[in-house]
Design a protein around this ligand. Structure first.
Ligand code: SAH
Length: 238
């Protein structure tokens, strides 16, 4: 498949800003319907058309529109408006130390995306809740560029209950974050290939709180994420 037009879906402004600057993308006024908070930036990088879509700020709370609702909506609008031939969900995530994750590592998605906090204990609804939405096969990309790969599980909370951790383990996931499965659900529905790139800010199976780790490591993770995305977009085999 020839990829000419890539849309990156990014939840937080602090995750997107270094990338927008490094690729010299320009804000597209009017990219999205006036009342939506989403922001679009575009330009060309390494001969490819690149758009970055950022969730924008909550009008009520004044912080980034993280988590699954905005992620699904902005992905749908990005596909509708920009007609990309590939979607990449980029961001930060928690990782499992027991699977070898380290702070600052960059992971590419491996296998289907799922949820760890949508529990519907009824026949077939159970599987619906957990979900299973495809990722592009990233094995060649990871091997060529030296990134790790892992299965990603999504939920709407930054913290984690014991049951969430159990479900993450049952899902065979190594990475925990708040957007990828929602993005992947829309991409499956709209038949647009998709994968995720996540830089690790915190280790979810360590005693220090996720929030403390997140704040301490955000800068390193975002810097590694930005370097990784530039190399991925510039990769010939993409
Ligand atoms: N405290 C942050 C809030 C960010 S919410 C702030 O100051 O702005 C967390 C964001 O980081 C989400 O977009 C999510 O996808 C990602 N994330 C990083 N580590 C995570 C973890 N352990 N669990 C869930 N999401 C995580």
């Amino acid at each position: 498949m020839k990829i000419d037009n890539i849309a990156l879906i990014i939840a937080m402004r602090s995750e997107a800003a270094p990338l927008i600057e490094a690729m010299d993308l320009k804000k597209q006024d009017g990219a999205f319907p006036g009342k939506t908070p989403f922001e679009g930036y575009d330009g060309s990088y390494e001969g490819k058309q690149v758009s970055v879509i950022v969730s924008g700020r909550s009008r009520v709370h004044g912080i980034d529109n993280v988590a699954t609702q905005p992620a699904a909506l902005m992905t749908f609008l990005a596909i509708d408006r920009m007609n990309p031939d590939l979607i990449i969900n980029a961001g930060t995530a928690g990782g499992m130390a027991e699977h070898g994750c380290r702070i600052g590592d960059v992971y590419l998605s491996e296998g289907p995306f799922c949820y760890h906090d949508r529990r519907i204990p009824l026949p077939r609804f159970r599987e619906y809740g957990i979900g299973s939405y495809p990722s592009v096969d990233t094995s060649e990309l990871a091997a060529s560029l030296g990134f790790k790969r892992g299965r990603i599980s999504t939920g709407d909370s930054l913290d984690m209950t014991d049951r969430d951790l159990e479900m993450i383990r049952e899902n065979g996931a190594v990475i925990k974050e708040m957007e990828a499965a929602a993005v992947a659900w829309v991409c499956e529905m709209m038949e647009v290939p998709m994968f995720a790139v996540k830089a690790i800010t915190d280790l979810i199976d360590r005693s220090m709180s996720t929030e403390e780790q997140f704040v301490a490591n955000l800068h390193l993770a975002v810097s590694n994420l930005q370097e990784a995305i530039k190399r991925i977009i510039g990769f010939d085999g993409l």
